[in-house]
Write a protein that binds this ligand. Sequence first.
Ligand SMILES: [Zn+2]
Length: 71
Amino acid sequence: MFIFLLLLIGVLAWMAVTFRSRRAVKDCRWRENRTLDSAEGRYFICMNCGAETRRRDGTAPEHCLMPGGRG
Ligand SMILES: [Zn+2]
């Protein structure tokens, strides 16, 4: 019985870790870099997946722009 409890705790911990890492990829963390601003807009780079973009309105994108859709 004790073995089953350990197994259950192990599975739960594994699920928590995978869920957390999946969310970390999904939530892009956009960082602006004003030194790279251009006429196209404010420069943003995603610290999670490395996607880059320029935004005219100066606000960070809400979705990951990485091709292939990792998030
Ligand atoms: Zn991203």
